[in-house]
Design a protein around this ligand. Structure first.
Ligand code: PLP
Length: 380
């Protein structure tokens, strides 16, 4: 990495953006001494989140990763099982598969959404059926806010009766054909990590219409305590609940979620308008009848240009990054089975090679974005 030569304030890909209302809920928690992984903010946050996305229930948890782990537990995934997962994603989508001692099978992207290829999924499921190893779940990721081709994916998974976990960690606030992202599978997962569209500094949620399962999720997330005065436990539990303080931050953040989506979409539009005349660049598409929260503005450009842009931005203390390295190429998942989009076409590794993420925060100022654009244009 080249040395940063200026003292300018760093421009991040995505930084927390508080509304100002957070302190109200936090003070309330202090005032009433609800400084615990339960309390009124947690209960209200769960109701408000479920109501926003339109599911029967939501469980507030310590992270999105914990939500994926609990979804796998609730679907009975254990040692020796297989779970299919998008390859082009952050490692947290698949790590919980390994926590359970199960085996991930990675599915490539397709070019229209950069997300799970229905064709590759279909081939993988046909093979799984032949070898009598139908997966116990499919984890579908909605990358950078863009929904996967859910109709096709749901249809294929229904044929094989495999439940879907929708990893909507990056797509809270997005919609697919009128439904909120994260509500199209059996379980949906959100993250409130510091870099996500809204944040509780750290946190996550599991949503579903299966209220019984979410009851069980809360039970497992609080050390699986049996109903007894003394502490009694019959199964392995976890410490996965969200604290009442952080849920307070979440409540105030949820109030401004739609504003945050609008702001990120405006950031995307400005990049697109300023850079679309450059033939070298292609922006991440938005599938018809879907609305992406444009969590991060991403584009593809020749590899050499991409590296030059990253370098030129870094010299000005501006963060930019390649798109996620596909999990089938990650050392930790070495040896795992992988299904490319078509026999000889691997879409995810191509996107990794040419894909670039730009500063996209809802708090990115116009002046800062103009500066970023000018530094990209220098390279183009
Ligand atoms: C951030 C993220 C997660 C994990 O969320 P945490 O709250 O950080 O545990 C999972 N999947 C994807 C795609 C993510 O971007």
């Amino acid at each position: 990495m080249n040395q940063v030569v200026t003292e300018k304030k760093r421009i991040y890909l995505s930084s927390p953006h508080m509304s100002g209302n957070e302190s109200k809920y936090i003070n309330e928690a202090f005032h009433t001494n609800w400084i615990a992984p339960l309390g009124p903010n947690v209960d209200e946050f769960e109701k408000e989140l479920a109501s926003y996305v339109g599911t029967r229930d939501a469980a507030a948890l310590s992270s999105g990763t914990a939500a994926i782990h609990l979804a796998l537990l609730l679907l009975g995934i254990e040692k020796g099982d297989t779970v299919f997962c998008s390859s082009l994603t952050f490692v947290a989508s698949a790590n919980p598969i390994l926590y359970q001692g199960a085996e991930p099978v990675f599915i490539d992207s397709e070019p229209d959404t950069w997300n799970m290829s229905p064709q590759a999924l279909e081939r993988a499921l046909a093979d799984a059926k032949k070898s009598n190893r139908i997966p116990k779940a499919v984890i579908v990721v909605n990358l950078y806010g863009q929904s996967a081709k859910m109709d096709e994916i749901v249809n294929i998974c229904d044929q094989y009766q495999v439940p879907i976990i929708e990893d909507a960690a990056e797509s809270l606030g997005s919609s697919y054909k009128g439904k909120k992202s994260g509500t199209l599978g059996y379980f949906g997962v959100y993250s409130f990590n510091g870099n996500k569209i809204i944040t509780t500094s750290g946190g996550g949620a599991l949503v579903s219409n299966d209220e019984e399962s979410l009851k069980k999720a809360r039970f497992l997330a609080t050390q699986a305590r049996d109903p007894a005065l003394h502490y009694q436990h019959s199964t392995v539990g976890f410490n996965y609940r969200m604290s009442n303080i952080l849920a307070g931050i979440g409540r105030a953040q949820l109030e401004v979620l739609d504003d945050r989506v609008a702001a990120r979409r405006a950031v995307f539009s400005k990049y697109e308008e300023s850079l679309r005349s450059h033939e070298a660049i292609t922006f991440m598409p938005e599938l018809e009848q879907t609305m992406s929260n444009r969590w991060l503005t991403t584009l593809t450009v020749k590899f050499e240009k991409k590296m030059k842009i990253i370098d030129n931005l870094n010299r000005q203390n501006i963060e930019s990054r390649p798109v996620w390295k596909p999990l089938h190429l990650q050392p930790v998942f070495k040896g795992c089975t992988y299904y490319p989009h078509k026999e000889n076409i691997c879409v995810s590794s191509n996107l990794f090679y040419r894909g670039l993420c730009l500063p996209s925060g809802s708090n990115l100022s116009n002046e800062d974005q103009d500066f970023v654009i000018s530094k990209i244009k220098e390279v183009l």
